[in-house]
Design a protein around this ligand. Structure first.
Ligand SMILES: Cc1ncc(COP(=O)(O)O)c(C=O)c1O
Length: 443
């Protein structure tokens, strides 16, 4: 048995894959990846594939960036872990200060950092902070908490833990869990809009709800500017500004889930910056640790933090074994240093234009619709199928794989989110291969 067959056999016998049916797991002719460098995955036979998904959107600086690997090694030797409760350490303290320094700036300041493990936990933390903040600072006349609800976007994805699912879309992925979710405490409106007018109406609806029932709402949760997992659905910065204003008017906290959009993905450090909006709570993961290891943070304003001042009965009694893990902190600090020293955000401007131009060009094919791009994100619709029933996207995936590109479509949405520091030559390779694959399937 060759090495590839040996690993696949073990995998099929013992691994339980995420987001994968048992049939698909048993039959799929999957990559067996041996190593990765920059945007490239290398399989066991030495064949290279450009990972257009950046490993579930995490590799902002590419795989195995030498400086991130060095920071990880040095920190592993010095201090791999310590409980961050009655003790602290330099990487946690320094990273918190750095995140505060680079956080969106405006009419309020994010000054506090709560660490956790991944995007889902960053969101769970934000939801729990918002709920407890309201419970202990905003009571009704009869002493009961006034603000016990959340507002959430239709089609949202905030992760797979129970709280994150509760503020996410009701779909094939979450339906079975509905009895467990706190959906009764979540208000949303309609479907994901398909055009600008639809987004305006959605915003109108949120404003009306906030105006009418705002005093019962603890927080509004939003993926700023791009609903990622729903199929890279974009909305205008002006709408985020309207929501910020409406939340303020109603005394409702704004939670920005920047797990996907943060760390430069949209061309600015944070998507909120396109709108000049500062949220009350900001969730970050994925790019935070350059995708080198699981790590996340939830940033909060001073006002929110002050709402927990007092004895243990008012403290935020939440944490994880690896909260503030020094390895994650050290790597995240190095991500910020590399981005600053290499001028990543400025350097990616031409690359972002290449993506925007290429995706506009793809729509010359009749079957390719709704080209959209922002920063290092490009997407098109190649059909109307959803995540589970879309067929066209997977046919394009197969064509792209033959050409050395790994795409993972979101149903019939084809998208790319390459590392921010992808070279022009590598980006041309990616975009040319996608164009050829689109023509092969749809031309
Ligand atoms: C906007 C957003 N929030 C939260 C999550 C959940 O992150 P994780 O998979 O790290 O738990 C994701 C994951 O894709 C995401 O896109």
């Amino acid at each position: 048995m060759d090495e590839r067959a040996r690993i696949l056999a073990l995998d099929r016998a013992h691994v339980w894959r995420p987001f994968t049916s048992h049939e698909r797991h048993a039959e799929g002719d999957d990559l067996v990846v041996a190593s990765a460098q920059g945007p490239w995955l290398v399989d066991l036979d030495g064949r290279r594939y450009f990972d257009a998904t950046s490993a579930w959107w995490s590799q902002v600086l590419g795989f195995s960036h030498p400086r991130l690997v060095a920071a990880l090694e040095a920190q592993a030797r010095a201090l791999p872990h310590v409980a961050l409760a009655a003790a602290t350490h330099a990487p946690a303290a320094e990273l918190a200060a750095e995140l505060v320094r680079v956080a969106p700036k405006g009419d309020r300041a994010l000054t506090r950092v709560f660490y956790s493990d991944d995007g889902s936990t960053a969101v769970e933390v934000a939801l729990k902070i918002a709920f407890q903040y309201a419970a202990q600072n905003d009571r009704r006349g009869d002493g009961r908490p006034a603000r016990t609800r959340f507002l959430a976007f239709p089609g949202a994805y905030h992760g797979d833990t129970v709280g994150a699912m509760s503020v996410g879309a009701v779909d094939d992925f979450t339906e079975v869990f509905q009895p467990l979710l706190f959906r009764d405490h979540v208000r949303t409106h309609g479907q994901v809009p398909r055009d600008a007018a639809g987004w305006e109406s959605l915003c109108d609806a949120f404003e009306a709800t906030l105006e009418r029932d705002g005093e019962t709402v603890a927080a509004l949760v939003v993926e700023p500017l791009i609903l990622g997992a729903n199929g890279m659905r974009f909305f205008a910065p002006a709408l985020l500004r309207r929501l910020r204003r409406a939340c303020d008017h109603a005394g409702v906290l704004l939670i920005a889930d920047e797990v996907f959009t943060g760390f430069g993905r949209t061309g600015r450090m944070w998507a909120c910056e396109h709108a000049g909006v500062v949220p009350d709570l900001l969730c970050t993961a994925k790019g935070l640790s350059g995708g080198l290891l699981p790590f996340a943070a939830t940033l909060a304003t001073d006002a929110v933090y002050e709402g927990f001042r007092g004895d243990m009965s008012r403290a935020f009694l939440h944490g994880h074994t690896f909260t503030g893990n020094p390895l994650g902190c050290a790597v995240a600090l190095e991500v910020l240093r590399v981005m600053e020293e290499e001028g990543t955000l400025a350097a990616m401007v031409p690359q972002a234009s290449l993506i925007a131009d290429a995706f506009t060009q793809f729509a010359a094919l009749d079957a390719v619709q709704n080209p959209r791009a922002l920063g290092m994100v490009g997407a098109v619709d190649v059909g109307t199928g959803g995540y589970l029933d879309g067929q066209v996207g997977w046919r394009i995936h197969e064509e792209a794989k033959r050409r050395g590109v790994f795409l993972r479509p979101l149903g019939d949405v084809i998208y790319v989110v390459p590392p921010l520091n992808t070279t022009e030559a590598d980006l041309h390779f990616l975009l040319d291969a996608i164009e050829e694959s689109l023509v092969a399937v749809l031309g």
